[in-house]
Design a protein around this ligand. Sequence first.
Ligand code: MG
Length: 311
Amino acid sequence: MEAPCLAGGHGSPRQRSPFCCRGGSQTLPPVTWSGGLQAATRSANLCRRTKYEKSEAAEVKIVRYRSGTRTEYGIQKGDIIQALEGSPFRGIKEAGRSVKASDVRLLAPCLPSKVLAIGASYRSHCLEVGQPILDEPMMFFKPSTSVVGPEDKLIRPAGVKRFDYEAEVGVVIKRRAFQVSKDKALDYVLGYTCVNDVSVRDWQNVAANWQWGRAKGSDTFCPIGPCIETEGNPYDMGVESRLNGVRKQRGSTSDLIWDIPSMIEYLSSTMTLLPGDVIATGTPVGVSNMNPGDVIEIIVDGVGTLRNYIA
Ligand code: MG
């Protein structure tokens, strides 16, 4: 057995699943996942050769906020938030009133039924820590009860030695997705956000917590925000973390082993993704520990800064 790795999304080798393209018996219903690493890499290369056309007219920052006793969605431009009628997942329609961002409390920008997190997904990070490149994405859940929003406190459990940040690009699902091909996958994306895949390493790498539920799914372990940016290049999106103002991680989704459409194809091949569900796409090299009193910031280019405080 390999020595466990302290970095995010890593552990011992897993058994091959029925989806693996290199053997194993397929015992589940038909799936549309079109292959493992090699197919995904080919797909990613093809995608990267496709020119991404940025549409500034389509750039919209969707926020969710509490104003007095009211919780609603809005579109933020600078310090002004235009309130929306209902949910942006049913279409973006302004309600005709606005609030100042400085007068409200921003919340996590969506309420996911589940956060689907991918580990060991950045090529350079795997190389640096000696993690083998896997045949298919390594996926785990973070429960809805772990989600918090911008400026919220993250609870560091007493007695743990490693309470780590992981800066990740979050993909917010727009509409129900089941068995979606990677060619159509981006039609199911509302936009992108910042996610911190907070992880207690002490708990992650012990057999009793093999599925990482406690290590990565405890309360406050999934900050999301500050907004959902509806425009962005999924094939080359910068992501970084800053701890107390010092940059600790800097990467780009161009380094992902499986690009974002391939992740959606893989996840939706057997699992229904619902509006508001979030895919945490993995973290680049440089994860480390947070202590009480620290300020952690996750930045995704074009989205903004997700800031949280360690309690
Ligand atoms: Mg992670």
